[in-house]
Write a protein that binds this ligand. Structure first.
Ligand code: C5P
Length: 230
């Protein structure tokens, strides 16, 4: 896999017009984009089709979480429109339903969202969990494998332990990437691109360091250089 196929730029923008302006500006510098909850309700799926027709890959960050029948049907609908990566919450019934709904679509890879990185141990206790966030992440990674998922979303700091425990069986997609020259924003547990790769991440998701940069194409090229050097 080339480094370009491992860098995913998040299109966290308010409209498809702004997203398309950015993808046009980035041109060949970026070949993988993430479309999430901000853009999905305002034309995100049409944009996904356009990007894929233009030869780009698209990560659809739906974070599905519902009763199994609904998750299965939603996954089937999404697969029928086409995408390369899709997220669902990493609870066994949800994941099994997504695997069923995906059918034998060879393109759409399913990723489990283990524990949102905005949750800490105190919040999990408040929600009724008795496990720490760390233990719950590791438990859910195991359950991702059992359910037949293709990969997990994890922080770059968790990636090393996941790789060590579970080997090469899963894609590990890590948000919370911050090159040394960019602001940390609200990412508390961030890592530089080289460290995320060394920890075993297969794909890096980068949002604001690229989409809020004065020159997004240049920012993406700089990150790719750092990734190549690692
Ligand atoms: O701008 P930034 O690089 O922080 O964007 C990261 C992207 O990854 C955002 O789209 C955010 O929703 C997503 N994400 C995250 N942390 C998670 C899961 C997804 O930052 N645990």
């Amino acid at each position: 896999m080339s480094m370009k196929d491992r860098l995913i730029v998040a299109l966290d923008l308010p409209s498809t017009a702004e997203a398309e302006a950015m993808t046009a500006h980035c041109g060949d510098a970026v070949s993988f984009y993430k479309i999430g909850l901000q853009l999905l309700p305002v034309g995100g799926m049409d944009l996904c089709q356009k990007l894929r027709t233009a030869g780009k890959k698209v990560f659809l960050d739906f974070k599905l979480h519902d009763i199994p029948t609904t998750v299965e049907k939603a996954t089937r609908s999404i697969a029928s429109r086409g995408g390369d990566l899709l997220t669902v919450h990493a609870e066994p019934p949800v994941m099994r339903a997504a695997v069923k709904g995906r059918g034998d679509d060879p393109d759409l890879k399913l990723l489990g969202v283990t524990v949102l990185t905005s949750y800490d141990d105190a919040m999990l206790t408040e929600m009724g969990y008795t496990m720490s966030a760390h233990d719950l992440v590791m438990r859910r990674v195991e359950q991702c494998l059992e359910a037949g998922m293709d990969g997990v979303i994890a922080s770059p700091l968790e990636a090393a332990e996941i790789r060590e425990k579970f080997g090469d069986q899963l894609l590990i997609v890590t948000p919370g990437i911050r090159p040394s020259w960019s602001s940390k924003d609200d990412q508390a547990r961030a890592a530089i691109p080289a460290d995320a790769l060394r920890n075993g991440a297969t794909h890096l998701v980068v949002g604001r360091p690229v989409n809020a940069a004065p020159d997004p194409a240049e920012a993406a090229r700089k990150i790719l250089e750092e990734m190549e050097a690692a």
